[in-house]
Design a protein around this ligand. Structure first.
Ligand SMILES: C[S@@+](CC[C@H](N)C(=O)[O-])C[C@H]1O[C@@H](n2cnc3c(N)ncnc32)[C@H](O)[C@@H]1O
Length: 215
């Protein structure tokens, strides 16, 4: 699969509820992840002044916030959520009343350098065209020593389930909601160039989950 150029903020012009249903389908058949494994991973990094990148409809973040408040009640956080899709942000605004939400393109954000203590990029890396720009921007607005948690869709392996994953990925690329999957090696090799140290990485089915720190 090659990079596609049909990705833009209008790729997501769908009502938030339909978007969430489609997202659950993609999570199950392309990523082959469970919602709970993703929530446990990303909720852990909700601390301090937190940037939630590519927040979409806010449904996933809302679940992570509830999980964090229950499991880590002493770990305070204030959340800023950004996305470039106005259609999806409408859903996030209705759900996440206490959060600061903004329409921002991750490749060119309006925040000062070193603004955030932590950042998450859930299910977003592989959907972003020109990921290099977005990663340099996310690292720019993160404080030195701040942690960025992210996951990335990997090329499916072999077997029947992965044939289905490949079809779902092809569909995602055709409608502009998937840029492309990556290999584990290219992701791990690329992160140091943005100034990130890899603290932990693990692969669950077709997704790699990575904890990093800004050096
Ligand atoms: C698969 S969704 C993930 C949404 C949410 N994080 C979740 O896990 O359900 C990918 C999101 O990335 C956003 N996105 C893609 N490219 C972007 C960019 N350059 N700037 C801001 N948001 C972007 C899309 O609008 C979409 O909401």
């Amino acid at each position: 699969m090659s990079d596609t150029s049909n990705i833009n903020e209008n790729s997501y012009n769908l009502t938030p509820i339909l978007y969430d249903i489609r997202g659950f389908f993609i999570l199950t058949f392309a990523y082959r992840n469970t919602l709970s494994s993703q929530v446990r991973f990303f909720a852990e990094n909700l601390k301090g002044h937190h940037l939630e990148c590519a927040i979409g409809t806010g449904t996933f973040t809302e679940i992570c916030m509830k999980h964090a408040r229950k499991k880590q009640p002493h770990q305070a956080f204030s959340l800023v959520g950004v996305d470039y899709s106005k259609a999806l942000m409408g859903g996030a605004k209705r759900k996440l009343k206490g959060a600061e939400l903004a329409i921002e393109d991750l490749r060119n954000m309006s925040y000062e350098d070193e603004t955030f203590d932590t950042a998450n990029l859930p299910n977003g890396y592989h959907t972003i065209a020109d990921i290099d720009k977005a990663m340099y921007e996310i690292v720019r607005v993160l404080k030195t020593g701040g942690q960025l948690y992210m996951n990335v869709l990997l090329y499916p392996g072999t077997g029947l389930m992965n044939k289905i994953s490949t079809k779902v990925n092809d569909y995602g690329q055709s409608i502009g909601i998937l840029n492309r999957p990556y290999s584990r090696e290219e992701i791990l090799e690329s992160l140091p160039k943005y100034g990130l140290r890899i603290d932990d990485e693990r692969t669950i089915q077709n997704c790699i989950f990575i904890k990093t720190t800004k050096l």
